[in-house]
Write a protein that binds this ligand. Sequence first.
Ligand code: HAM
Length: 418
Amino acid sequence: MKQKIQAIRGMEDVLPDAAPLWEMLEDACRAVFRQYGYRNIRTPLVEPTALFVRGIGEVTDIVEKEMYVFDDRNGESLALRPEATAGIVRSAIEHNFLYNGPMRVWTLGPMFRYERPQKGRQREFHQFDVEALGFEGPDVDAEQIVMLARLWKALGLDNVELHINSIGDAGDRKTHREKLIAYFERHAALLDEDARRRLQTNPLRILDSKNPAMQAMIEDAPMLIDELGEGAQRHFDELKRLLALAGIAFRVNPRIVRGLDYYNRTVFEFISPDVGAQSTLAGGGRYDTLFEQLGGKPTPACGFASGVERVLLAMQSAGAKAASGPDVFVVHAGESALEAAWRAAEALRDSRLNVVLGPGGSMKSQMKRADASGAPWAVIIGDDEARSKHVTVKSMRSGEQQTKDLAGAIAFISQVNA
Ligand code: HAM
């Protein structure tokens, strides 16, 4: 036998048994985002590498260590997208689709990061990503947070904490950067190799370090929230006021700086204590200078993304169950029955019922399949039923059965199913 080929480490199949929960999440996203005026957008999975280097920042974990980068046959450097924001902004600039005013958009799809796989962390993972392009906020910052809270509720997640912070404007960050460099220089002996290298290029990213030996020192580092200028402070105060008004509980967490360079002012994360070490269900914030970074006109914007696999873990631990399986399983035995069964199945589908047609063969084995399918109803057609133009309707829950003509059976199932 030939050797089997396996999926790539950190890239997972979603098998049919797992898919209903994915669909439940996707349906909820679609419904909730539409309620707030977000429109769907889909951008390529592959982009020029330079887009992410410029957008996310050269000295970030994502760009330095986690991107899947390759040269195509023309020698152009391409990357599998590690996130969606840069691609969406590229698209907005390229098609000038903010010409008529600001726009709210969202997308859902695979992202790729070469990280060490563990529970809640894959190399191919999925995000739903939401962006409000051309909005100055802070009302739209608050609206996105309120919208996410509504989504968690729709998914049955009531144990999710909201952490917010402000990382100020460029000037505020410059002041903070100088203080940060001075602080890290005073603690140079504690810095690991990564941190030493980032000290002059991107000291803020040292705060993201997961090195346990540096955590205590990082805890005491100067905080951006203490350097906010008047504009950023007012923006943050208004955000907090709007969240309180909407009845959304939050914690100001000055340690949230996010792992990507494009942020300014508002940043936020939703954390679930129920899913293990990878507990950040969603993260985002404001990125008012990214359009310029990518060659566009100055355009304020705010957005967030959430890891689908992590949200599914949280849903599972909250006991979520998605409805799956057909409404009706059609069992048929005997030669003339196949044709009648086929007709019955199509007629049931005309009435918007979900129907699986049994494979034929013995009644007993088909009834076993009907049971395993989870269908609440079996419609049974044998030669006798085919001849008399009747079907037997069996409730898979109670075992009760009755004989009806096809129209009567459909009316009966539709009525109790509604
Ligand atoms: P991010 O914090 O890098 O932000 O990712 C957002 C979310 O994606 C995380 O909170 C997590 O739930 C999920 N995630 C990230 N990496 C993985 C992984 N390896 N496996 C599973 N889930 C993962 C962004 O990506 C920004 N683009 C968000 C944003 C949109 N900011 C503004 N607009």
